[in-house]
Design a binder for this molecule. Structure first.
Ligand code: PMP
Length: 353
């Protein structure tokens, strides 16, 4: 800490550097990356890429990618926004739409990144507890004029809310901006993009990092009414935020073209998730119903911290949170079948399981 720092950054804790050790030989199940490579079309684009083009700046509009995303979701291009990962899209959303002079509702347990912006901008936020079974109860979210943000499926619980409940939320909060963070939606939840044409206050964010295996290129997007998208564009352009780089734009378009590969890998991750869920339950874990590429589990006999340390000793990384109510849980990313089998083997050998 330095006397030169702004007071608003003094409480900030760097988010994931410790979760991304740059060493080989670990089974990395801690940051919800996809265990499979991106679509073969991605490799083809990179193989054929004319490197002389790299001397030019990228298309600031990401026009081809916007068209492709608009087409995929049945929207117009002015309803699509592109950013460097959905973290950047969320950051710009806080600047442009979740106003500092208006209150914000969000779950007590959700993606921790939202609170970073709440603190940074001094937003008046009300955190609503999850239900006893760790669900988001949207009927409790009533905000006459401000903002609402939540992840669906939620993180780190993995539980999703059905579209009908999001529709009801939008019906009863017509004067608030409702942001639905769908980072994990492709793994089995219902997307709210279907509601965009009916609700001008809905913004949906998504990412290529998880279901499309492209975390390394930082590609995120948002869908919403043209007015909301324009607000994001204004902020992005005013701050001269970076457009998506040229390779990321080309790769993202290619990844959207290979729907069969996409579906088959999703099916594989979902099948492995259900297998892992069963195995953990057999070992006595309580596992929340997941619509994501991770499971959230706790065991009555062993603490989450102890289990995380035990797995770490055996070169398996999983995520543990110290937050009350979830401090005994582990968030375990779904890897390949072999990786999950290794995880289960080590857990079976734990003396208290
Ligand atoms: N939202 C949620 C709920 C997440 O878990 C993550 C990944 N940490 C993100 C957004 C950001 O993902 P990215 O910036 O890679 O698109």
């Amino acid at each position: 800490m330095s006397r030169f720092w702004s007071p608003s950054i003094q409480s900030l804790v760097p988010y994931t550097p410790g979760e991304q050790p740059q060493v080989e030989g670990l089974i990395k199940l801690n940051t919800n990356e996809n265990p499979y490579p991106p679509a073969p079309a991605v490799r083809d684009v990179l193989d054929q890429f004319d490197t002389s083009r790299l001397r030019l700046y990228p298309d600031p509009e990401s026009a081809l990618l916007k068209q492709s995303l608009a087409h995929t979701h049945g929207l117009n291009t002015n309803q699509v926004f592109i950013g460097n990962g959905s973290d950047e899209v969320l950051a710009l959303t806080f600047m442009a739409l979740l106003r500092q002079d208006k209150p914000l509702l969000l779950p007590e347990t959700t993606y921790s990144f939202y609170n970073v912006y709440i603190d940074l901008y001094g937003i008046e936020a009300r955190h609503i507890e999850l239900t006893d079974d760790f669900r988001i109860d949207l009927s409790q979210y009533q905000q006459p004029n401000g903002g609402i943000i939540f992840a669906n499926p939620n993180a780190p619980t993995g539980i999703s809310v059905p579209l009908s409940e999001i529709r009801a939320l939008l019906e009863s909060n017509t004067d608030s901006v409702v942001v639905v963070d769908e980072a994990y939606v492709d793994f089995g939840a219902e997307s709210a993009t279907a509601l965009i044409d009916q609700y001008p206050n809905l913004l949906v964010t998504q990412t290529f990092s998880k279901s499309r295996s492209l975390a390394g290129l930082r590609i995120g997007c948002a869908f919403g009414h043209a007015d909301l998208i324009e607000a994001l564009e204004r902020v992005k352009n005013s701050f001269n935020s970076y457009p998506l780089d040229m390779l990321a734009q080309a790769v993202a378009v290619a990844s959207l073209e290979d729907e069969n590969y996409f579906r088959s890998r999703l099916d594989q991750v979902i099948a492995t998730r259900e297998w892992t869920n069963q195995q953990l339950q057999t070992l006595g874990f309580e596992v929340l119903p997941s619509h994501t590429n991770f499971v959230f589990a706790s065991h009555p006999n062993v603490s989450g911290a102890e289990l995380m340390a035990y797995l770490r000793e055996n070169k398996i990384l999983v995520r543990h949170f110290t937050k009350p109510r979830i401090e005994n849980h582990l968030r375990i990313t779904i890897g390949t079948d072999d990786e999950m089998q290794t995880l289960i083997n080590y857990l079976q050998q734990h003396p208290k399981l």
